[in-house]
Design a protein around this ligand. Sequence first.
Ligand SMILES: Cc1cc2nc3c(=O)[nH]c(=O)nc-3n(C[C@H](O)[C@H](O)[C@H](O)COP(=O)(O)OP(=O)(O)OC[C@H]3O[C@@H](n4cnc5c(N)ncnc54)[C@H](O)[C@@H]3O)c2cc1C
Ligand SMILES: NC(=O)c1ccc[n+]([C@@H]2O[C@H](COP(=O)([O-])OP(=O)(O)OC[C@H]3O[C@@H](n4cnc5c(N)ncnc54)[C@H](O)[C@@H]3O)[C@@H](O)[C@H]2O)c1
Length: 464
Amino acid sequence: MWDLVVIGGGTAGIVGSQTAAALGAKVLLIEEERTGGDCLYTGCVPSKALISAASVAAEARAGSALGIHAETRVDFPRVMDHVRAAIRHIEPVDSPDALRKAGVTVRKGHATLDSEGAVSCDGEKLPSRNVLIATGSSPRIPDVPGIERVQVLTNDNVWELGELPERLAVLGGGPVGCELAQAFARLGSEVTLIHSGDRLLPREDPDASAIVRSSLETDGVTVLTRSRAASIEPGGAGGTLTTTDGRTIPFTHLLVGTGRVARTAWLDGSAMALDDRGSIITDKHLRTNLPNVWAAGDVTANPRFTHTAGVHASIAATNAVVGPFRTLPSHNPRVTFTDPEVAAVGNLAGARSQTIPHTHVDRAVAQGRMEGFTRVVLDRRGRVVGGTVVGPRAGETLGEISLAVKLKTSASALTSVTHAYPTYNDGLWNAAIAETSATLRKPVVRRIMRLAAKIRTRFRAPGR
Ligand SMILES: Cc1cc2nc3c(=O)[nH]c(=O)nc-3n(C[C@H](O)[C@H](O)[C@H](O)COP(=O)(O)OP(=O)(O)OC[C@H]3O[C@@H](n4cnc5c(N)ncnc54)[C@H](O)[C@@H]3O)c2cc1C
Ligand SMILES: NC(=O)c1ccc[n+]([C@@H]2O[C@H](COP(=O)([O-])OP(=O)(O)OC[C@H]3O[C@@H](n4cnc5c(N)ncnc54)[C@H](O)[C@@H]3O)[C@@H](O)[C@H]2O)c1
């Protein structure tokens, strides 16, 4: 009898099984393909490796503004070698061997769940006290007439490209679409991004969306918002896409980044409750509607990020093994790795906010990268409840804002922490200082300060 059977060996499955094993549980992890999941093979790692190569090309080209003139030639097969090397470097950490060393038994096979919530692997029943479902998500392919007649690139297969796409049409202006559209444009593809919403990255601060759009356009991406693919006609090396607003876009390659669908088809024989988008419904302890069945990561309706998958799986596994004591964290940091990066956490619409444009952040001035901003969102008591940073390496400043949100830190407490100069974190410090100064300027605070000064003068010992 297993204490916990974990289904799926991506980030959620790996972290969940390791957490339970560390708590002394007897744990089996079932993975049908290879451990490592989306993040390692088809998501974060390859995309960030591609983006890094593309950034080098972009920086070399932008160097002339700083007096450096460089010739760039993109060797796409070598770029893809770099992508594969990054995966290979990280692979051992997520391997079955590493899991076994952590005390997890790993089995390759296809898992199913019956109507009682009992797990089978390739038809063999596996008695278990608890089950953790971590089967992730797949790309959602939009229902466009003709799309079935062309080859569609998604994050699953784009890494197999041997040649740089000549003309790339990208559907979707979320993180996948924006990150990859910019990267391919910087590597030399002619890119058109077609997005149904009225702004890119719709979950982020509108000012961040505007900067990302402008940056993509500077890199040569044609950005079409409030637009969808109405039909696709195969032809030539690829095809032609006609948009809902009547434009025709010839492409050699079509890349889709229009959201994700939870991988739940294998649950068909079970009584698992799913929401209207097909994601597993969980409570604050990550329990599903089935007794002793838990779920974490992309297969649930929670935000789809690697760190979220890992943290949630650790919570679910602890709750499964020890008892339902741990609940979901209230804040979810995230970074979109466009250039500039967009980093955000917590509540983006608190009582008020303080914004420091990066024209006032000396590191940004020195680097010639002043397009971004740091915005801290505060509650009525002046505590940090969220924030957005847009700029190079914005993700590195996010840790401090996340800590402030988690610890309910006040702006004045942040003000009292000395920040090294000149760093992008100066933006955060200056936002906190701006908030503290605004508080000190309030008439009621001024009256209190004047009163305090009078009292001090009255009771000061003579000669001091
Ligand atoms: C292009 C792209 C870039 C991304 N970049 C980032 C980023 O920079 N930062 C970030 O935080 N997030 C990023 N993400 C999101 C991140 O990749 C996912 O949130 C994360 O990988 C989800 O992990 P998971 O364990 O829930 O699912 P997965 O990694 O998908 O793992 C699920 C596993 O379950 C297995 N499985 C499925 N069904 C069964 C079954 N019936 N039996 C046995 N095994 C099964 C699958 O084979 C798979 O290995 C990105 C996503 C994409 C698409
Ligand atoms: N840096 C990161 O952390 C990172 C990077 C990539 C992906 N991810 C994760 O993966 C998830 C999936 O990313 P995604 O970008 O595929 O999905 P998404 O849902 O975040 O964004 C897709 C966008 O495409 C638009 N869209 C939908 N259908 C369309 C159509 N037919 N034509 C044009 N536009 C259409 C939607 O308005 C939506 O804003 C993200 O939400 C995120 O959780 C994270």
